[in-house]
Design a protein. Structure first.
Length: 363
């Protein structure tokens, strides 16, 4: 089954089909949603389409949401501003794209050595979303979680990384909090458009690229060209133990909706959230095998690099927290929640998964 069909099939079954056939004339409310993700990232963009279908299905076609890719209405990175200004009623985005407005925007999406996808979801629904929406209120917006990629890879590198010192002078496609941490380790963060990644690696103007995980990474591989110029495929992506996607709404438009429609937005968002993560979990193993068969050489980041990055992350967080009380408050709350999660995970999933992985290795 194709990945787009995998997402679509997880909607609301026959109800989803009925919603898709509803005419525009039947809608009481029609909104436009702009996505920050291109259609080529089909699991992410497909999440926006799934969300819209589910809203239509839940409301019997009375609430219609039309989905647009980046560039059709506004650029991908202009999505939040467009929602706040009322240019569109909604967007699908990662909030860390707006790190430049306030570093606190990084925290609901991912932060170095933060939480995994399950922990992120638990935290958001246990109260973390309130802090996110308090931040968004300053921009005229409100949001719900609507997807997660799960843990990401560390990316493709032109040369092996044997120690933390090998990051010195390394030109790597990274930004936001990850970029600041990598910079502390001596790397040179760069912003390279997707279409120029392979050429930049081949020319040596870029030494490494972080993207997402195996499924999406395979889609920028250009028939194996990426693996030829940057064969070393590193893990883990310590800057994104999970990467949360949100659907964001103009707050005034959202608050003016009838309660039934507000509930439909929340229900559709949380259903989409589960389906997108499940899609990545289902797609990544096969994609990883394909990349390795195609020549990617899996490498784990050295322990001393992880230790140095963890220390540098703490330094970055302190620097930002000293100047940004909101960032400090949001980060402290997230870290406290994570500490309790580890107490539980240590005696539950971690122990179970660790045993099962060892059994698999033994055959």
């Amino acid at each position: 089954m194709g990945r787009r069909r995998f997402v679509a099939a997880a909607a609301l079954g026959a109800a989803g089909v009925a919603a898709g056939s509803a005419s525009a004339d039947a809608a009481e409310v029609t909104w436009r949603l702009t996505s920050s993700f291109p259609k080529s990232l089909d699991l992410l963009y497909g999440g926006a389409e799934l969300f819209a279908r589910q809203v239509g299905a839940i409301t019997g076609g009375r609430f219609r949401i039309d989905v647009f890719p980046p560039g059709d209405i506004v650029p991908g990175l202009g999505a939040l501003d467009a929602v706040g200004a009322g240019t569109v009623e909604a967007c699908q985005t990662e909030l860390d794209y707006y790190y430049g407005k306030d570093p606190a925007f990084a925290l609901p999406t991912a932060f170095p050595f933060g939480m995994n996808a399950r922990e992120q979801t638990a935290y958001a629904l246990a109260g973390g979303l309130d802090a996110t929406n308090a931040l968004l209120a300053d921009y005229g917006a409100i949001a719900y979680p609507a997807g997660n990629t799960g843990a990401q890879m560390g990316g493709f590198f032109r040369r092996e990384i044997r120690s933390a010192g090998d990051l010195a002078g390394l030109k790597i496609r990274a930004g936001g909090l990850a970029g600041r941490v990598l910079q502390k380790l001596g790397a040179v963060p760069a912003q390279t458009p997707r279409g120029e990644i392979v050429a930049a690696l081949g020319a040596g103007t870029l030494d490494a690229v972080t993207w997402v995980g195996p499924y999406d990474d395979a889609r920028i591989d250009e028939g194996g060209k990426l693996q030829k110029v940057a064969p070393y495929y590193y893990y883990p992506g310590w800057w994104r133990g999970g990467s949360m996607v949100h659907v964001v709404f103009n707050k005034a438009k959202h608050d003016a909706l009838k309660e039934e429609f507000k509930a439909a937005l929340r229900t559709a968002a949380l259903s989409t959230h589960a389906q997108v993560l499940a899609s990545y979990d289902a797609a990544n193993p096969g994609a990883l095998k394909k990349l390795v068969i195609g020549g990617a050489e899996l490498r784990a980041f050295p322990q001393d690099l992880l230790e140095a990055a963890y220390k540098a992350s703490g330094e970055v967080y302190k620097e930002i927290s000293d100047a940004n009380p909101r960032f400090k408050s949001m980060l402290d709350a997230a870290i406290a929640f994570r500490a309790d999660q580890y107490l539980w995970w240590q005696v539950s999933e971690y122990t179970f998964d660790n045993f099962m992985i060892r059994q698999r290795a033994r055959g």
